[in-house]
Design a protein around this ligand. Structure first.
Ligand code: NAD
Length: 253
């Protein structure tokens, strides 16, 4: 067990499926109470149902991460259901359809990508920080991507948004560290969630696996473990970092 997760309360935004759902389950298994938010409310409710059936504490709610009112509401749910907030995993992403190279990516795709993949984290932070500070400290954990730094020739908007998120991580860490706030991001490599698998052919998956200095591609639980560590007291001296959890696909300091 990790130190200091039992009895804590947190939010997983974009926790209806994939990495977020696995993370919510892991946090609950560590004894935390979790509010799961997703634009697909049914997925959030289902993840919470699974957690409760496993003996954990969770509630699933609708969240539109791009709306300040919705972000305020999910923080309110943490307060009303679990008495407060100790961490917020801002994990949601989407809106990447039509995101190709710079000469072919429509302006609307850039705007949509920034709303979902950058502004949502800004609004999550505005909603959660006052309560974390009031508690005497807490953790913001954001899901970025290796795509932020890998130089992808086939996508322009998504990597731009993830770099914007890195700036947010560093800002929050510097500004609020003295108040007990830790802000960190995780940059996953290829994790075989439904969202990713549906776009990839078996040949492509095989070639990715072959190029990786590991025996397999990522699983949602690989990321969940890193998030749980950063949310726990074991991670209390980690602040302002972007962690690459990727089976060795990008070898970074
Ligand atoms: N899977 C990978 O290989 C991979 C690699 C690098 C980074 N990531 C990042 O990991 C995170 C999770 O990815 P995933 O593969 O689990 O994807 P996913 O699509 O399964 O999960 C994203 C969740 O966010 C929800 N969501 C989308 N827009 C929302 C909104 N406006 N408000 C609330 N919820 C919203 C979706 O409904 C979905 O449940 C994302 O930030 C993604 O960029 C994933």
């Amino acid at each position: 067990m990790m130190r200091g997760l039992s009895g804590r309360a947190g939010i997983v935004a974009g926790g209806g499926r994939g990495i977020g759902a696995a993370t919510a389950r892991r946090l609950a298994a560590e004894g935390a109470a979790v509010v799961i938010g997703d634009i697909v409310e049914q997925w959030a409710i289902e993840t919470a149902r699974v957690i409760c059936s496993e003996g954990g504490k969770a509630v699933g709610v609708h969240l539109d991460g791009t709306s300040a009112a919705s972000q305020a509401a999910i923080v309110g749910t943490a307060l009303s259901h679990f008495g407060g907030l100790d961490f917020y995993h801002s994990n949601l992403a989407g809106g990447t359809e039509g995101d190709i190279d710079i000469l072919n990516c429509p302006e609307e795709v850039l705007d949509r990508s920034f709303a979902i993949n950058a502004k949502s984290h800004f609004l999550a932070t505005q909603a959660a920080l006052p309560m974390l500070i009031e508690r005497g400290g807490g953790a913001m954990i954001y899901t970025s991507s290796g795509a932020a730094i890998s130089g992808n020739p086939l996508q322009v908007a998504y990597p731009m948004t993830k770099n914007a998120l890195h700036a947010l991580v560093r800002h929050v860490a510097r500004k609020f560290g003295k108040q007990g706030i830790r802000a960190n991001g995780i940059c996953p490599g290829v994790v075989m969630t439904e969202a990713v698998a549906q776009h990839l052919t078996e040949d492509y998956v095989q070639s990715m696996r072959d190029s990786l200095p590991h025996r397999r591609l990522g699983r949602p639980d690989d990321i969940a473990g890193a998030v749980a560590f950063l949310a726990s007291d074991d991670g209390e001296w980690v602040n302002g970092q972007l962690w690459h959890v990727n089976g060795g696909s990008l070898l970074r300091d």
